[in-house]
Design a protein around this ligand. Structure first.
Ligand code: VNL
Length: 390
């Protein structure tokens, strides 16, 4: 080797070392959050809503927390649990994310829970709502809601409003089981009768046969829980089969009269009384600003999924502020006990259960300035998940 060649090699090496060092410095100045959502498939509206909410949060916060730049990696699991688990594994091992977030359906959250536990990665559930989820890993924090939490209010309202006999109809999986169980026991406790408990499959449900059974049973009301995205199709068939005209009142959780689809449901939705934790019509300055900013950016109305995503980002960012960007157990600890005003109203991340405590509203679908909204008319304050009071 010539002397000149030696010098050249040394210079190249030195440049390489420098580049590596500055690369490391850059990496230390940023943290990553891994978000897994159903961006395609039957629950794509949930992915679209949460994705838009995350982008709004990033724009408003400047994308920085704990003095670091926050990079959000969004992955599509198409609503398939095996894919969610694989993506979570990759995000933890390869991308070294400080937190996992998203989870559009209960089975997707449950499939990921062991990865959060093993890797000690905080996992923020922004959508899925079966009570048991937070017990699947001590690293899970929830910013959505639970079905027991929102099903009890409508059961009490029904019992107080001359509804004596009810048929229930739920999607046949975790959140549907929760809704059926907690609605029924609360309604029966208040003197009501549940004549029949009907279920439809999570995938490609056909509502015609169950609606015929409802017609035959002739209850005062039909109580319904279906996951976000199925409400419009259900409502259409409820109207087409003339159940509204047959004097069967429709009551539901707010998943059915979802703000994502409500405005296109037409007159059949008018007057439907339901209970939930968020309405785009919630009357507070914080919500008015949220809805205006969201609509300006995304060009559609935010629903309860968007608020779960927006608040989830807030919880992660405030925790990163507290840990100066560190992850693991300190980040989890900084999420517990957070208390703040959400667009939905006041919320608390319960330090013991890691689940959300929030107001639940009784609402009625009304036309406001030519658009359909869930108009809140009663409030149950600071409701804890009744699924955990066993
Ligand atoms: C779940 C619960 C999903 C409520 C939903 O929509 C919903 C779930 C996709 O836990 O799977 O509205």
């Amino acid at each position: 080797m010539t002397r000149r060649h030696h010098l050249f090699t040394l210079a190249t090496l030195a440049a390489g070392v420098l580049a590596l060092a500055s690369g490391a410095a850059r990496a230390e100045d940023s943290v990553k959050i891994g978000v897994i959502l159903p961006m395609t498939g039957p629950s794509a509206s949930t992915g679209r809503q949460i994705d838009a909410a995350i982008k709004l949060w990033l724009a408003q916060s400047g994308g920085k927390a704990g003095g670091k730049k926050v990079e959000v990696l969004i992955k599509d699991d198409a609503g398939v649990a095996d894919t969610t688990r694989r993506l979570a594994q990759e995000l933890v091992v390869n991308d070294k994310v400080v937190a996992l977030a998203g989870f559009g359906l209960t089975p997707l959250a449950l499939a990921t829970a062991p990865i959060a536990t093993q890797s000690k990665t905080p996992m923020v559930v922004m959508a899925a709502a079966t009570s048991i989820i937070t017990e699947a890993s001590p690293f899970i924090v929830r910013t959505s809601f639970t079905l027991p939490q929102v099903s009890i209010g409508i059961a009490e309202w029904a019992a107080k409003n001359k509804i004596r006999k009810v048929v229930t109809l739920v999607a046949d999986y975790g959140p549907g089981n929760d809704a059926e169980k907690f609605f029924s026991s609360q309604f029966q406790l208040n003197g009501g009768t549940v004549a029949e408990k009907l279920r439809t499959p999570l995938r490609s449900p056909d509502f015609a046969p169950v609606l015929q059974k409802v017609r035959d049973a002739a209850p005062d009301a039909l109580f319904v829980f279906l996951p976000s995205g199925q409400g419009a199709q259900f409502m259409k068939q409820f109207g087409e089969r003339g159940l509204d005209k047959a004097g069967i009142k429709l009551i539901a959780t707010g998943d059915v009269t979802d703000d994502d689809q409500l405005n296109d449901m037409g007159d059949v939705a008018l007057g439907v009384v339901n209970s939930h934790h968020y309405s785009a019509a919630h009357n507070s300055p914080a919500n008015k600003k949220f809805v205006a900013d969201f609509q300006a950016a995304a060009k559609f109305r935010p629903n309860f999924m968007a608020v779960g995503g927006y608040d989830g980002m807030r919880v992660i960012f405030k925790a990163l502020d507290a840990t100066k960007g560190a992850g693991g157990e300190p980040l989890l600890a900084a999420m517990k006990g957070q208390l703040f005003e959400s667009p939905r109203g006041p919320v608390l991340i319960d330090a013991q259960t890691r689940d959300i405590v929030q107001d639940v509203y009784i609402r009625k679908v009304e036309r406001v300035n030519g658009q359909l909204y869930n108009v809140e008319f009663d409030t149950l304050k600071a409701v804890k998940d009744p699924g955990k009071l066993k």
